[in-house]
Design a protein around this ligand. Structure first.
Ligand SMILES: Nc1nc2c(c(=O)[nH]1)N[C@H]1C(S)=C(S)[C@@H](COP(=O)(O)O)O[C@H]1N2
Ligand SMILES: [Mo]
Length: 507
């Protein structure tokens, strides 16, 4: 049997397995039969993401940006194809060993599904059925290959037909399964049906918060452009009818609040800049929006936190957690149970129907999307998702600033050029921004209005550009008078520091 024949038999069996399992998983999910993550591809990916060390996460975000999930799936597909080809080739000499190897591959998938949050026995079915289907395809193709590679044209045609049939079926099933999974129509309908209550205190954004500079980051980021970071390989699509949030742990009384009750609470608008701890100096993993929600301190007040508690562990529907200081959720800053983003129900990617938005803390310790559970506890007893993975237990946002205009490496014409960007020191506020050209003196930039200390602040400095290559550096000072440190630190464990520097070409 020719090598390419046996290798392609392995690959085809792999494609067939994934297709069958994906379709079955999607059907079960839409029928409401799944508890956790029945798709082996999503489960293996999720298990991988949960075990990603900080350096690899940094590398992935630095290299692929917000396409890191697509990159992971491509990587997994390539890995699977290579392993399946190898199994196919081995099968030419040792079919039993190869079948066992294929079974082991399936067992890895089953294990991944079984260890995902809230998985049940039924979730294992798609991977098991898919693996059996793959084994069946493999043995059929091997038989035909054994004849076809050396035999008559008829045998050859039978192998090719079989291979094409399994591949086409597998790919169709996978595509169908994916589109079924994304449909999640009940959730989409429930989002469309949301009538947002008017914010009791609508926040007015003064025109002066937005500087008239071409290319500057907009003061308020449109939802479609807002950065997205999370561990969810498939965006959770919850139906408001199924959503509830439970407050328990060190409380006087447990409280469960459902969607209708939450919607009846006095809502409030807050401008808050979210910031990812993985953001490099000069990076774009940050966004500012108007969030509408009910202050979480009001909900916590109903439950009555007991003395000694100092942390709230919030959990999402897909099992992700954040550990936030209780004091930050109960003080007078507006930490919200947010239901809207820039006047729209939360997009699914940003946590529909309800997420936490906490001014002053990085997202990984505060901004739980798809939030369904609040446990009042202590830092001594509980940890958020990223803490055992090498990230700091506490995550206050560090003072930073960024140059948006011109872009680094851009060519500009000599003469008057606007240098502009944003600076942030959430919940402290930005007092000053200074800019340095080459080795010149620090010059104070003009600051836009600051509607709230919880958001970033735009800055601009007119510059008389002269021919040549120039280095531009920016630094901010927070409202407490502390100047942004020049000491360079990587994102892990608690946020990058250093001055953002760009080079421009003036001609
Ligand atoms: N459920 C859930 N919520 C989450 C995360 C997550 O992985 N899962 N990631 C957090 C991190 S690290 C950040 S920076 C913010 C990003 O919010 P965004 O995607 O709406 O911009 O969400 C936070 N909330
Ligand atoms: Mo993050």
């Amino acid at each position: 049997m020719k090598r390419t024949w046996s290798a392609s038999a392995g690959v085809v069996a792999g494609v067939f397995t994934v297709g069958v399992a994906t379709l079955l998983a999607a059907v079960m999910t839409s029928a409401g039969l799944a508890g956790g993550t029945p798709s082996p591809v999503v489960a293996v990916g999720g298990a991988f993401v949960d075990r990603t060390p900080p350096w690899l996460k940094d590398f992935a975000i630095a290299t692929f940006g917000t396409h890191d999930k697509a990159a992971l799936f491509v990587g997994m597909a390539l890995f699977l194809l290579v392993v399946c080809a190898a199994i196919g080739i081995a099968g030419a000499q040792r079919p039993t060993a190869a079948l066992v190897a294929f079974g082991v591959l399936g067992a890895v998938g089953v294990l991944a599904v079984a260890t995902r949050p809230s998985s049940n026995a039924l979730d294992l079915l798609p991977t098991i059925v898919g693996t059996l289907a793959g084994l069946w395809a493999l043995s059929i193709l091997w038989q035909r290959a054994a004849h076809g590679a050396s035999g008559t044209a008829v045998d050859r045609r039978r192998f090719l037909l079989g291979g094409a049939g399994f591949t086409a079926t597998g790919l169709t099933a996978a595509t169908l399964g994916r589109s079924l999974g994304q449909g999640a129509s009940r959730a989409a309908e429930s989002r469309t049906a949301v009538r947002l209550p008017r914010g009791a205190k609508p926040s007015v954004i003064p025109a002066g918060a937005q500087l008239p500079v071409k290319g500057i980051t907009p003061y308020v980021m449109p939802n479609a452009d807002f950065y997205r970071i999370d561990t969810a390989l498939v965006v959770p699509r919850l139906d408001t009818a199924d959503w509830s949030l439970k407050v328990h742990g060190m409380v006087a009384r447990e409280v469960i609040i459902d969607w209708a009750t939450l919607l009846g609470k006095p809502m409030q608008d807050s401008l808050v800049t979210l910031m990812c701890v993985s953001n490099e100096v000069g990076g774009d993993l940050t966004g500012n929006a108007v969030w509408t929600g009910w202050p979480v301190r009001e909900l916590l007040k109903l439950a009555g936190p007991r003395t000694g508690a100092d942390m709230v562990l919030s959990t999402s529907s897909d099992g992700w957690t954040a550990g936030t200081p209780l004091s930050v959720l109960t003080d007078d800053r507006n930490a919200l149970l947010a239901i809207a983003m820039n006047g729209q129900p939360l997009p699914f990617e940003h946590g529909f129907p309800v997420r936490l938005v906490v001014p002053g803390l990085y997202g990984y310790v505060s901004a739980t999307k798809w939030v369904t559970d609040l446990k009042v506890t202590t830092f001594a007893d509980d940890q958020g998702y990223w803490t055992p993975r090498g990230w700091s237990e506490r995550g206050p946002v560090k003072t930073e600033s960024r140059i948006d205009v011109p872009r680094s490496g851009e060519r500009v014409s000599a003469g008057k050029v606007a240098l502009a960007g944003i600076a942030w020191a959430q919940h402290r506020g930005v007092k000053a921004v200074e800019v340095r050209v080459d080795d010149g003196p620090w010059q104070p930039a003009r600051l836009a209005e600051e509607p709230t200390i919880d958001s970033w602040r735009q800055w601009v400095l007119p510059w008389q550009a002269v021919r040549g290559n120039h280095t531009i550096t920016v630094r901010a000072t927070d409202a407490e008078g502390v100047v942004q440190t020049m000491t360079q630190a990587p994102p892990a464990p608690d946020g990058a520091t250093g001055w953002h520097t760009i080079t421009v070409n003036v001609d």
